[in-house]
Design a binder for this molecule. Sequence first.
Ligand code: CP3
Length: 343
Amino acid sequence: MTKTILRALRGEVLPTPPIWMMRQAGRYLPEYRATRAEAGDFLSLCYNSELAAEVTLQPIRRYGFDAAILFADILLLPQALGVDLWFETGEGPRMTTVTTPDELAALKPTEAIHETLSPVYETVRILSRELPKETTLIGFAGAPWTVATYMIAGRGTPDQGPAHALKAADRATFAGLIDRLTETTVEYLSMQVKAGVEVVKIFDSWAGSLQGQDFHDFAVEPARKITAALKARHPGLPVIAFPRGAGERYAGLHATIGADCIALDDGVSAEWAAANVQTGGCVQGNLASHHMVTGGQALIDETRRITRAFSKGPHIFNLGHGITPDADPENVQLMIDTVRAGA
Ligand code: CP3
């Protein structure tokens, strides 16, 4: 029997939507915190294949989600290209910047990335063996724009200001970085597929800050190129695109990107998205993450409303963004029970 997530991605309308959660392996789970402590720190956990597979499996054991997402990070790819990456406790990622033609040229050649990333492929191989047969394994990478915003600023930024500034000041270097990331992302995801992932997701967390033609050139086009290249190499591979913050520009994206599924953040209503996005194919989303902190009747009502709004088309239930460390694991169970009880 085909796995539920794969059926939804093919456009099937299921009686209740399959379900998984962005950042489902994370700090809100005590068993994750214990394994991260065993690994030492977050990056050591990402590169420890046995332990990365273990934290990927933890939310599957606890909740029986329909999909597992490989445990890794979107910033491993720039690290594989030669930038220094570290995480400041309580603050987030830091990295050496790439903002000049020389720094762009100094990045490692594409074929060199697999040396750093091989533990990630090993994590995938372990998971392919150990996941329950009904669970779909999702691989992922950051979208070029989102990864570039970190590489240009050297850290996370509220408005992606440094990346917008480089785009305005030196468009050739900026576009060259986007092209390098597009090309290497294809190779990275292709190796994940060869190792055993069944679906890939492209995370463009900062797509919403691109305006006008820039949204097309630097969010839609790279995602389209990555999707087309992967589908040429791996016929039938389902692709999920997540251009977070796209707003009304979510409409039509299945066709322009060529993705099987568009992941929605909670900035758009499910009713609007059912009428304007789901008409193009499967959608994923879009419960606001704060319900995993607050719970109660509001969680139940919102979960039912979203499930009902998307019930006439292909839908994968998910949050609108990643679950936060202050979430209550019991609220996750309440969300799952509500979805599976039907709208
Ligand atoms: O969804 C999953 O569970 C799969 C694994 C995954 C992680 N990060 C693990 C992680 C995925 C898909 C990501 C994507 C990611 N990483 C994005 C895009 C998606 C998004 O959330 O917008 C971005 C922008 C990053 C970069 C990144 N990694 C940041 C900004 C941070 C710090 C955030 C924080 O809360 O401290 C990380 C760290 C990170 N990546 C954690 C996890 C579970 C927390 C690390 C920890 O254990 O301390």
